[in-house]
Design a protein around this ligand. Structure first.
Ligand code: F6R
Length: 606
């Protein structure tokens, strides 16, 4: 989604703005722009396309120079990607950048047209810019207050006023924005990586708080102009974490970071060999008393929830319902106050997941979030937060965040199973130890990349493929399928292997490769029969299986053999070849792996 940066300080702001926007490229965008105050005038440069197009444009038309400015990468919602629709928007005295959606922009636009305002773009943002202009009488903070009283929807706004050439103003509601601070100046940004090169210190802007930044400091106030004192936060991510570090793509780096990410996530939650989630506020007593568990999330995070459902139900014998957040929020779910609603989100800003969280709270359920970004909206709004420690995930396609989300699902399942007396302390210790062994096992699997590269070379010319699996393998293969389609653009579906012959098997020909995930020993024979069925109809089959099932390997055209672990732990290993296969297929196809078309990293609008 859109990325915002802003800077005011002692340095030339153009480099800082462009550099910050580069760090936000991962969010996805189709146009970019900056507004800089130069000699008391607002100079705007913006264009459809990439940041390199913006830099090119500045070379041709002249590069602005100044110490105060705002910048934006736009992911089109209202109006196609074009120079005119790009941000910043405004006029000679006010310029703004915006992330979010203004729901009542049509009404505001009609009102402003009646007041004599003209509009150039199709964006909702331009109406906010013109409304600011309408209210402006010399006091920027009052102007912003008047405007936010009228707009409905989600916004993070960075604003400069020509009359205040050494200040950047900012406000947010339901869209992320942080305020960075350093000796050399102050910043606004949609996310921490944009400012890490300059500072690790930042403030979290709460709903409708207004920030006024100058070179020497930052002031905050509420909608009544009462000053607010805020606590400084320190990012524990370092700059290296947001750089490629010698890898060709962030995705490959992040796949390889999984062992470390899992270790860092689970080690503080294992005390004396037993799972320990109590530091988050979730006691064993609470955990065992919930009537039902709902897991709500989107995309990959929802897939982590699906594995969580299988593991929790199997181990702890508690009913778990998994919902896609965009469905959950509108399906009037039967949640009660005795229920636990778990929201999983890497970014902590996904609009649908946030809305689901609010709904669960309204209905009195306990909300617990599993979130990677510290201080994000979902983390702040939920009753209990369990942070994953994957570090910044830059590639749009989620890999390490998924792995750490799974590891939390396992800890939760073990703790709950033990708390309910379904497993003994001894068994709980054994399983927890298995989880601790996962990073080492993943390190062994990471060397299988050439095997996966070869398999990718066999898939690259396919138009469509099927992933199949049963039980936990089915839940996992949904993620494999999503990974492949989102970055290689090969159509892919995941099917419960036993369901194939109820319709989908008619699609099988020699042009439809099948990837079978077959790691569950109790279901292996069954999956094998399904593999034979598709093979008999011409499909080329890749089988992801475990050591000890080699005798049956002749059934598949290609094999990826994983080390042996408990059935229940196998998804944590099988995820790696699926990620590699997707990655290498996309590389071989020449796709933009880290920034697939039409996708945004952090989906902050509905
Ligand atoms: C796919 C992917 C998405 C996200 C989804 C939720 O690789 O990354 O499907 O998982 O958009 O995002 P978060 O986890 O930030 O809520």
């Amino acid at each position: 989604m859109c990325g915002i940066v802003g800077y005011v300080g002692r340095e030339d702001c153009v480099d800082i703005l462009v550099d910050g926007l580069q760090k936000l490229e991962y969010r996805g965008y189709d146009s970019a722009g900056i507004a800089v105050i130069q000699n008391n005038q607002i100079v705007v440069k913006k264009t459809k396309g990439r940041l390199s197009d913006l830099t090119e444009k500045m070379k041709e038309e002249g590069r602005p120079k100044g110490f105060c400015g705002i910048g934006h990468t736009r992911w089109a919602t209202h109006g196609e990607p074009s120079d005119i629709n790009s941000h910043p928007h405004g006029n000679k005295r006010i310029s703004i950048v915006h992330n979010g959606i203004i729901e009542n922009y049509r009404e505001i636009k009609e009102f402003l047209i009646a007041q004599g305002y003209g509009f150039e773009s199709e964006t909702d943002t331009e109406t906010v810019a013109k409304l600011l202009d309408y209210y402006y009488e010399g006091d920027p903070v009052q102007t912003i207050i008047n405007v936010i009283k009228e707009v409905r929807g989600a916004y993070a706004l960075g604003i400069v006023f020509r009359d205040f050439p050494d200040k950047v103003f900012a406000v947010r509601k339901d869209s992320p924005l942080i305020v960075g601070t350093s000796e050399n100046g102050n910043f606004i940004a949609s996310d921490v990586p944009a400012i890490l090169k300059y500072t690790r210190d930042y403030y979290l802007l709460e709903q409708n708080e207004i920030a006024t930044l100058s070179a020497d400091g930052v002031k905050f106030c509420d909608m009544y102009k009462n000053e607010i004192k805020k606590e400084i936060q320190t990012a524990d991510w370092d700059l290296d974490a947001a750089e490629k570090g010698g890898y060709e793509h962030f995705m490959l780096k992040e796949i390889n970071e999984q062992p470390t990410a899992i270790r860092t996530t689970i080690s503080p939650r294992i005390v004396d060999g037993m799972p320990y989630l109590e530091e988050s506020g979730m006691t064993k007593e609470m955990l065992k008393n919930y009537r039902r568990i709902f897991i709500v999330a989107c995309g990959t995070a929802m897939h982590a929830g699906l594995v969580g459902k299988y593991v929790i139900e199997k181990m702890a014998r508690v009913e778990v319902t998994v919902d896609i957040a965009s469905e959950f929020r509108y399906r009037d779910p039967l949640i009660q106050k005795e229920d636990l609603v778990i929201l999983i989100s890497q970014s902590g800003e996904t609009a649908d997941t946030l809305a689901a969280l609010k709904l669960a709270k309204e209905r009195g359920a306990t909300t617990m979030s599993v979130v990677n970004v510290k201080g994000s909206s979902i983390a702040r709004e939920s009753d209990i937060v369990v942070y994953t420690h994957a570090g910044p995930e830059i590639s749009v396609a989620s890999t390490k965040a998924y792995a750490v989300q799974l590891s939390i699902m396992y800890l939760l399942a073990f703790e709950l199973a033990y708390a309910k007396g379904v497993i003994s302390e001894e068994e709980c210790r054994r399983l927890t130890k298995e989880l601790e062994n996962i990073p080492e096992k993943i390190e062994e699997i990471l060397v299988l990349k050439e095997r996966c590269q070869f398999i990718a070379s066999r898939l690259v010319s396919s138009e469509s493929l099927l992933y199949i699996g049963r039980g936990l393998d089915y839940a996992l293969s949904m993620e494999g399928s999503l990974k492949l389609k989102e970055i290689s653009y090969i159509h892919s579906e995941s099917y419960a292997a036993g369901e194939l012959k109820h319709g989908t098997i008619s699609l099988i020909t020699e042009d439809m490769p099948v990837i079978a995930v077959a790691t569950q020993s109790d279901l292996f024979e069954k999956t094998l029969s399904n593999i034979k069925e598709v093979k008999a109809r011409g499909a080329k089959v890749t089988m992801i299986c475990r050591e000890g099932t080699e005798d049956d390997k002749s059934v598949a055209n290609h094999l990826v053999v994983l080390p042996n672990m408990d059935d229940v732990m196998m998804p944590m290993l099988a995820l790696v070849p699926m990620q590699y296969i997707a990655y290498y297929t996309a590389v071989l196809k020449g796709c933009d792996v880290d920034k697939p078309r039409n996708l945004a990293k952090s989906v902050t609008v509905e």
